[in-house]
Design a protein around this ligand. Structure first.
Ligand code: C2O
Ligand code: CU
Length: 439
């Protein structure tokens, strides 16, 4: 039966994937909903995907296609961007650049060819300062072709919310205060929508913990003291050398994958996930070890990056493009965040050739934070304030601190128009956004 079907399909010229049924199809419905925070006796009105905060975790295997039908039930236009995924430019979800906005009541189908395994996330790319803050975001995981024997594969999507005493989301976005500072920092931090959740594990387990910063603006510097662990991937891609997760800076957009082994003798213990980016350290979550006999620890080595871009490629190369980051008067809110003194969409754009290494310099002339993100590409940091820098990983988002200058190197691999912007949503909404055309 299967054989004859195969022959028929081959005769008709059908792609094998259609036959194998490997493509999965799913639906995302952005709509108004409600979410329970522990501080209030009542529900908080939010915007969510499929009535879930955060949205459903989408998953597919590398080499397959994930089809996502978006049915916009919000009262305003939206879009979905797949942060970190290197995909067909037409599927990148940027209104006015790669597609039209999805108007209320309209639908749009995204076809995502999942090529590279890793940790990604999705969020709107329109009125993002408000839409993300109201709850529109979710996780996308691309699984390795060959499954690794972790005993648990866990995702922590970090977020923060600015809530009012009446349990509603503070309804003023891109305020003067937010624009003059580092965007909208909330007063309630959540992991997967919950305040200080506890992950339950057994002694001996080996878990993969994927941490994503999905906040509008807050930066985390997290650590989990007392547990043997290593960073095995940054921004979706395997690192070239494993290293300690020691207050690693996670800007909005950044991800890390951790390889954690729960010691055999840790039964009954609790490990804190603590953030120290601000002066006041605080606990974000916990890992609680069951008081029971240890499980057998799976033995294997996670993959390391093979396609790591060697720094030598960029050695003799002059800087191709410099973007100065600073505030200017003007724009929609009176305070504009500019790249080379221009505001999106009237931006100072770049054009690069496919396969040709380029160097980009971000010069932060302001005293604020700018986590700069580039779509459809990964890059490596080459210099910080004129000093050579070697990170054993590539990124898609890098924090450019106050008055800091950072040079990055990348090799454009995908044609199209790709956005480059600050991932502090208020800064991006106020103009700190441009595009890179690759052909
Ligand atoms: Cu999370 Cu334009 O990006
Ligand atoms: Cu910024």
């Amino acid at each position: 039966m299967f054989r004859s079907l195969l022959v028929i399909f081959l005769l008709l010229g059908f792609p094998i994937s259609a036959l194998a049924g490997t493509d999965n199809r799913t639906q995302l419905i952005p709509k108004e909903g409600a979410h329970q925070f522990p501080y209030f006796d009542y529900l908080t009105p939010v915007w969510s995907y499929n009535d879930q905060v955060p949205g459903p975790t989408l998953r597919g295997k590398a080499g397959t296609t994930l089809i996502v039908d978006v049915d916009n039930q919000l009262r305003e236009a939206t879009s979905v961007h797949w942060h970190g995924l290197r995909i067909d430019n037409a599927m990148d979800g940027v209104p006015g650049v790669t597609q039209d906005p999805i108007e209320p009541g309209e639908r749009f189908t995204y076809r995502l060819r999942l090529e590279e395994a890793g940790t990604y996330w999705y969020h709107p790319h329109l009125n993002a300062g408000e839409q993300l803050e109201r709850g529109l975001k979710g996780v996308l995981i691309v699984d390795e072709r060959k499954k690794l024997p972790w005993s648990q594969d866990v995702v922590w999507l970090l977020d923060d919310w600015r809530l009012r005493k009446d349990g509603t989301i503070h309804p003023y976005f891109n305020t003067r205060h937010d624009l003059m500072h580092d965007g909208r920092w909330g007063n309630a931090i959540t992991i997967n929508g919950k305040v200080k959740p506890a992950l339950s594990v057994s002694p001996g387990e080996r878990i993969r913990l994927r941490i994503i910063n999905g906040a509008n603006a807050r930066i985390f510097a997290g650590s989990i003291a007392g547990l043997p662990m290593q960073v095995i991937a940054v921004d979706g891609r395997p690192v070239s050398t494993f290293f300690a997760f020691d207050h690693f800076i996670l800007s909005p957009g950044n991800r890390v994958d951790l390889d954690i082994t729960i010691p055999d003798d840790a039964g009954g213990r609790i490990f804190q996930f603590e953030d120290r980016f601000t002066r006041r350290p605080h606990i974000l979550g916990r890992i609680k070890v069951k008081d029971e006999k240890p499980l057998k620890t799976p033995q294997f080595t996670p993959p390391k990056a093979k396609g790591f871009i060697p720094a030598a490629i960029f050695e003799k190369l002059p800087v191709t493009k410099t973007w100065d980051l600073n505030a200017i008067r003007g724009g929609r809110f009176g305070i504009g965040w500019a790249m080379n003194h221009r505001l999106w969409p009237d931006a100072d754009k770049a054009a690069f050739k496919i396969g040709q290494p380029v160097k980009i310099r971000f010069v932060n002339s302001s005293t604020r934070l700018h986590p700069m993100h580039i779509h459809g590409a990964f890059f490596r940091v080459l210099e910080i304030n004129g000093q050579p820098e070697v990170e054993p990983f590539t990124r898609d988002t890098v924090l450019v601190g106050p008055r800091e200058s950072i040079v990055i190197g990348l090799i454009p691999e995908h044609k199209g128009v790709w956005m480059a912007h600050c991932h502090i949503q208020s800064h991006a909404d106020a103009g700190m956004m441009t595009s890179i055309k690759v052909d």
